[in-house]
Structure formats: C-alpha cells, structure tokens
Write a protein that binds this ligand. Structure first.
Ligand SMILES: C[S@@+](CC[C@H](N)C(=O)[O-])C[C@H]1O[C@@H](n2cnc3c(N)ncnc32)[C@H](O)[C@@H]1O
Length: 198
C-alpha cells in the first residue's frame, strides 16, 4: 500500500487550476502560481506557438518528457483545434497518476476546455496505441522511464517537463541530456522551465 508520506495529493494553484503534489519527489507538478498559466506561457506560447511562427508551418510533432496531469497535451489539443493545426503528440511517463486523481483534476471545468473532457480522460487511459482526435490531432503515450525510452522518430518540439534540477539532477545534466538533440528534426526546439549548471 502507498504510504501516506509518498502519496500524490491534489492541490489548487493561484489561478484556480489544479495540480498535484508528489509525495515521492516532494514537489508540485506545476508552479503554485498557476498551473494553466504556467503551462500556457511556457509550453504553448514559448514552445509550440514560437516554433510554428518561426517556421511558418501549420503542423508539428511534439514529444513530451513527463505526461503527468496531461495539462500540456490538453492545451496543445485545444490550441490545435482553435488554430486549425495538425499536431502529432507523443508523451513519455513512467508513473501515471491514479484514475481517482485524474478525475479530480479541474482543467475541463474551464469553459474553453470543457469540450475535451472525454478526450482528456482517453489520453490518460490509453497506452501504447495511437489515439486520433478529430482530423488533426494524434496522441500516443509510452509508459516508460525517460532513461529507457527509445525511438527512431524525430520531433519538432520537445516539452521537457521532468521535475526540477534539485529533485532529479541527473535529468538536467550530461550524459542524459546528450540524447535529446538526436530526437530533434532540423530547426526543432526544446522548451522547459528550468536550467542547471552548464
Ligand atoms: C513536473 S511533473 C509533470 C508535468 C506534466 N507535464 C503536467 O503537466 O502535469 C514531471 C513528470 O515526469 C514524470 N517522471 C519523473 N521522472 C521520470 C522518469 N525518470 N521517467 C519517466 N517519467 C518521469 C513524473 O511522474 C511526472 O509526471
């Protein structure tokens, strides 16, 4: 049984959107100042949107390190539908959240996101298969450790959303980071929310 100290707990951040406190890593999945605000500002605006504007493209392949609550995937889905973009989204996650916790997340209570409630739950429940949402969005999730993840695919945008350098220092240093450039297409970008050392 999961000990109380290592439990994941639901929290509400300052913009009213939910997040999770990881009992194992002793930190939150998002900024306490706003999960939706942070995810939109960093991963959607400074990542996906920046890449599409810079390359003048209408499609992108995204790889996310750390699917977690699924918020980045949900916001990418919403952004692709509002802007008529084709997105192929792949996510890696070794420690999926419990069904109970996923159903307590409040992201689809938001007006703009409420139409994706079923799709959001399907993204959480699917494993190793491709989920097609509408004509333009595909989603797949690999239940694996980042360290063991292997693919021959290449991506345009990497959302690097592991826990921070204090919690997971080896993921913010070589040799782990050396594998990332090989996952990117030409002109591809990596976007993240922190940095460590050199
Ligand atoms: C900062 S949180 C996730 C944020 C997520 N993008 C979201 O919006 O909820 C980091 C995520 O990485 C996952 N994770 C941490 N270390 C991992 C590893 N070595 N391999 C795979 N997943 C890992 C955690 O389980 C967690 O879901």
């Amino acid at each position: 049984m999961e000990s109380e100290n290592f439990k994941n707990n639901l929290i509400i951040t300052e913009d009213g959107s939910s997040s999770v406190f990881s009992g194992h890593f002793k930190c939150t999945y998002h900024s306490i100042h706003g999960a939706i605000r942070e995810s939109d500002h960093i991963f959607i605006q400074s990542g996906l949107c920046y890449f599409l504007e810079k390359t003048k493209r209408k499609h992108a392949k995204i790889l996310e390190f750390g699917f977690g609550t699924g918020l980045n995937a949900l916001l990418s889905l919403s952004y692709s539908q509002s802007n008529n973009l084709k997105i192929d989204y792949s996510a890696i996650e070794a420690y999926p959240l419990s069904t109970e916790l996923v159903s307590a997340l409040n992201y689809t209570h938001n007006d703009e996101l409420s139409k994706f409630k079923e799709e959001f739950l399907s993204m959480h429940s699917t494993q190793n298969e491709i989920l097609r949402i509408g004509k333009c969005f595909s989603f797949s999730k690999s239940i694996s450790k980042f360290e063991d993840y292997k693919t021959s695919e290449k991506f345009d945008v990497i959302f690097f959303d592991a826990f921070g350098p204090d919690e997971q220092p080896h993921l913010w240093n070589r040799p782990f980071l050396d594998k990332i450039p090989g996952l990117l297409n030409e002109n591809g970008i990596l976007v993240t929310y922190s940095v460590r050392g050199f």
